[in-house]
Design a protein around this ligand. Structure first.
Ligand SMILES: Cc1cc2nc3c(=O)[nH]c(=O)nc-3n(C[C@H](O)[C@H](O)[C@H](O)COP(=O)(O)OP(=O)(O)OC[C@H]3O[C@@H](n4cnc5c(N)ncnc54)[C@H](O)[C@@H]3O)c2cc1C
Length: 339
């Protein structure tokens, strides 16, 4: 078992670190103050290939054929961006390196991949993913949105909340019941809704305490007619697609938590070396040294669990336990390290 990065992964980490420090840092203050994702970052990332690490070369990506390596590489990108700005990193994840494009990559038709995935990897189109509703958060099977077949169209009705980037997205993978009676076993579908489709409007924007530079909105569908070719996979086969994308996204969430904690650790370490009291840097007092050691220990453990989850993702077995373990630990770790 080898825990070290390959030379390609070291190069990827250096590239994204330099990119994030140079290109993302100047955008943070305004984006956080205005609760606005700076979408101009996407074509810049696309140009240097940083949106493509999770996607196959035939669609313009640079994703390794080995799913484990591909996912670890994506964790490197998301961690390094989050080290600079958690919100912008999250915005990039939801727009391009995340759930909507995982669904298209793994289950989309060739036409859908060409139409949405290819431009998204270049940073020219923005994606979003919409499952959550007012009465369906953890209980995602309880969504009320329906998509009724009428001729060559599906007619969507319902209200979604917490859709990340839904106000700036060109396309959204939306979960809806095509047959409510069948429930998640054959009744839920994923349908792509494009910006500007009649009957689709963006509702209120949710103002958050953190991650302010990633936007979250309500979506409203009122007799929204979507062409039947926008269904992803089979009608009624949406639940496994959604769960697969969420599962993979949870590893990305862990990587972002690690990036935030890494930034906190580096800042604390620098301060402990610079700040002098009683004639020496405070880092030389054992109480401060213990704190720093604890931060570093938790950080290393979370990163290892995250990369282990990414490795498991490629092993073609049920990996929910490994993924949930990493995500829970990383979430608790980042709270502990940053306070
Ligand atoms: C910043 C942000 C971005 C988001 N982006 C998106 C997006 O792009 N697309 C999208 O579709 N959704 C998005 N979401 C929604 C997210 O997926 C939901 O918040 C999540 O599913 C939880 O739902 P909820 O907030 O309604 O909490 P609830 O489901 O109401 O849960 C509240 C509490 O109850 C606990 N709980 C619930 N059920 C159980 C249970 N069975 N056992 C034990 N405890 C339980 C939960 O752990 C939690 O502590 C986003 C949310 C946030 C905060």
């Amino acid at each position: 078992m080898d825990f070290s990065f390959t030379s390609e992964q070291k190069m990827l980490r250096n590239t994204i670190r330099q990119f994030a420090e140079k290109e993302i840092t100047p955008l943070i203050e305004e984006a956080e103050a205005k609760h606005q994702f700076p979408k101009e970052i996407l074509p810049k990332m696309g140009k240097v290939g940083l949106l493509g690490v999770s996607f196959p070369a035939e669609y313009g990506g640079s994703g390794d054929e080995n799913v484990s390596i591909r996912k670890i590489n994506e964790c490197i990108v998301l961690e390094e961006m989050s080290r600079v700005c958690a919100g912008i990193s999250f915005g990039v994840q939801t727009a391009a390196v995340g759930a909507p494009n995982y669904i298209l990559r793994d289950f989309g038709s060739e036409d859908q991949k060409q139409k949405y995935l290819v431009p998204s990897i270049k940073g020219e189109k923005i994606g979003a993913f919409s499952l959550t509703e007012p009465d369906a958060g953890s209980d995602a099977a309880n969504i009320k949105t329906t998509a009724v077949k009428e001729g060559d169209f599906y007619v969507l009705n319902g209200t979604k909340i917490f859709c990340s980037g839904g106000n700036i997205a060109d396309y959204i993978t939306v979960a809806a019941y095509t047959d409510k009676e069948k429930g998640i076993k054959g009744g839920m579908s994923v349908i792509i809704v494009e910006k500007g489709t009649p009957g689709f409007t963006v509702g209120q924007k949710f103002m958050k305490l953190g991650h302010r530079s990633a936007e979250n909105v309500e979506l409203i569908f009122e007799d929204c007619r979507v062409p039947q070719e926008n269904i992803v996979g089979e009608e009624g086969g949406g639940w496994p697609l959604l769960m697969s994308a969420l599962n993979e996204s949870r590893i990305s969430d862990s990587a972002r938590a690690v990036g935030v904690a890494q930034a906190a650790y580096e800042a604390a370490l620098t301060y402990a070396k610079e700040r002098n009291q009683f004639g020496k840097p405070i880092g030389q007092f054992q109480a401060v040294g213990f704190k720093l050691a604890r931060m570093r220990m938790l950080l290393d453990a979370a990163r290892t669990l995250t990369h282990r989850a990414a490795w498991h993702l490629g092993q073609k077995k049920d990996v929910r336990l490994e993924i949930s373990t990493a995500r829970l630990f990383a979430a608790e770790m980042v709270s502990s390290v940053t306070i």
